[in-house]
Design a protein around this ligand. Structure first.
Ligand SMILES: Cc1cc2nc3c(=O)[nH]c(=O)nc-3n(C[C@H](O)[C@H](O)[C@H](O)COP(=O)(O)OP(=O)(O)OC[C@H]3O[C@@H](n4cnc5c(N)ncnc54)[C@H](O)[C@@H]3O)c2cc1C
Length: 503
């Protein structure tokens, strides 16, 4: 593919990762981003003169980024300063129970024993082992591989290991085998929401998220957005060009192949291949033209959206750590209301105190980011402003009941409708198609499409949502493109250029 021009539409993590790898492999790469800033959902919002991380806050699977930087001839340590957290998160329930989950599993087990009793501590041990087995079963044949069919997965991994990943058992039900205490069941069920799934209908397979988190959570010094900046820098160092405020209006095709793009400005840019990093639903919705709309099929059901608040505030009394979760009194009701396309009356709140690490010490005022799960109803401009105001008031009341008193200097709210506007055709869903039911993960599109030379990358396709998965999807898009080019036009050695491995 040397001297061939690749256009990447979107500078989200999947797009940037693909661009960096392809540039490192010798392709001429142009990234076209509609927004004025890079990173997509990995975004910052300015509130009272401060930049607040208002997208991802939990960095896991640092090895994915190590591999990415190495493919560009640099390293994670050279590009970013990461601080590992000793306390993964502080959790609080309405009954006043406070529980910290530690990076050290022995410490967590002791803490579970102390607060919830010996039986629950044993349950944690068995849960950890099961989550690890699921992850290990899926890492090579699913997470790091092109999208397999259910049968293909069984062929690669074997029948017995696949039966261990429990796709036909709901996550919530499976947790009952490990935890009798409803608070711990609620705590570990929350990992399903990292993929935008409902823990009551998601497959138990999503336990793998708990394993991923137990392998380490890092704080990016200077803010999460530095991750997007550093991947963009690595891509540019390899020769990629990144243009912001450049919306692509159409993907052009000729003879059934993708041949270039047309920008909002009318400019036509020809390309030998195109990688689309926008929400995959934007393709089928026809936002890039009618011909490419048939390139893939996308399930209709959408993952969770969110109502988020980016705040500068003084937080008093409660000893917040970096990551804090304030649980709702009734988890089932919370998700029933979301299924009914309503904001929950009593939501679980995630509060990121961004100036803190493992100690409850922060400047006053400090930078905070709060997330409430919400239905993906952004396309219908729902929930309406009155419902949003009510939810924000309820959130503050819930925080006060927990002893978290916020004196706000300024705040900015992002609603499902705003997410829909930022990520067109998404309905505000933050994680692409819903991950509910045993086959949902197999119905996501993969890197290749039905249109030759058109590929996909990002958190809305295989292997799934989240920064590391989006980066892995970028790797898969780059690899597929190089392999296809290699098989028809170029030397096969190109597929391994720039650190691209097929494993
Ligand atoms: C509130 C929130 C919290 C999250 N928390 C975490 C977390 O803690 N940890 C974690 O790992 N993940 C988290 N995630 C998920 C993670 O942010 C996403 O999975 C990941 O960033 C998605 O990357 P992507 O490659 O799909 O690109 P996206 O971020 O979706 O970006 C796509 C880009 O394409 C651009 N684009 C779209 N259409 C066009 C067009 N026509 N022309 C040009 N450009 C276009 C968009 O402007 C955008 O920049 C969170 C997400 C949100 C929103």
């Amino acid at each position: 593919m040397i001297d061939r021009h690749v256009i990447v539409i979107g500078a989200g993590m999947g797009g940037l990762a693909a661009a960096a790898r392809l540039a490192a492999a010798g392709c001429r790469v142009t990234v076209l981003e509609a927004q004025p800033t890079l990173g997509g959902k990995l975004r910052q919002i300015q509130v009272a003169g401060r930049l607040i991380d208002s997208g991802p806050t939990v960095l896991t699977m640092a090895w994915v980024f190590e591999e990415l930087f190495q493919s560009c001839g640099t390293s994670l340590a050279a590009e970013l300063s990461l601080i590992p957290l000793a306390t993964l998160a502080r959790h609080v329930w309405p009954d006043g129970t406070r529980f910290d989950l530690f990076a050290d599993p022995a410490r967590t087990q002791d803490e579970i024993g102390r607060i919830f009793g010996a039986r629950e501590a044993r349950g944690y041990q068995s849960f950890r082992a099961r989550a690890r087995r699921i992850y290990e079963t899926l890492e090579a044949p699913f997470i790091r591989a092109p999208l397999p069919t259910p049968l293909g997965l069984v062929r690669r991994a074997g029948v017995l290991p696949i039966s261990r990943i429990a796709p036909f058992t709901s996550y919530w039900r499976a947790l009952g085998a490990h935890f009798k205490d409803p608070r711990l069941r609620q705590l570990f069920a929350r990992y399903a929401t990292y993929c935008g799934a409902n823990p009551f209908t998601a497959p138990a397979t999503l336990m793998l998220v708990a394993h991923v988190e137990s392998q380490g959570v890092w704080v990016v010094q200077g803010g999460m957005h530095k991750l997007a900046e550093s991947v963009a820098r690595a891509a540019e160092a390899q020769g990629a060009t990144i243009r912001t405020q450049c919306r692509v209006r159409e993907i052009l095709t000729a003879g059934g192949r993708a041949t270039g793009v047309r920008l909002d400005s009318g400019q036509v840019i020809p390309a030998h291949a195109i990688i689309l990093n926008a929400d995959c639903a934007s393709l089928t919705a026809g936002l890039f033209g009618q011909a490419p709309a048939k390139a893939i099929r996308v399930p209709r059901a959408r993952s969770l959206s969110a109502l988020t608040l980016s705040l500068v505030a003084t937080a008093s009394e409660f000893p917040l750590l970096r990551h804090n979760v304030i649980f709702s009194p009734d988890y089932k009701q919370e998700f029933q209301q979301i299924e009914q396309n309503r904001l929950p009356d009593h939501p679980t709140l995630y509060l990121c105190a961004q100036d803190r690490t493992d100690l409850p010490i922060a400047p006053a005022p400090e930078s905070l980011f709060c997330i409430l799960n919400a239905p993906a109803t952004g396309a219908a401009s729902q929930p309406d402003p009155a419902a949003i105001d009510a939810a924000v008031s309820a959130m503050h009341a819930q925080l006060r009941q927990t002893g978290i008193h916020l004196r706000c200097v300024a705040s900015q709210t992002t609603t499902p409708a705003m997410f829909h506007h930022l990520f067109p055709a998404s309905s505000g869903a933050l994680y692409g198609p819903a991950n509910n039911g045993p086959y949902a993960s197999f119905h996501r599109p993969g890197a290749r499409t039905r249109i030759p030379n058109l590929y996909l990358a990002g958190g809305t396709i295989h292997p799934g949502p989240g920064l590391p998965m989006a980066a892995l999807s970028g790797r898969m898009a780059a690899l597929s493109l190089l392999q296809d080019g290699a098989s028809t036009r170029q030397s096969p050695s190109m597929a391994t250029a720039g650190g691209m491995r097929t494993g």
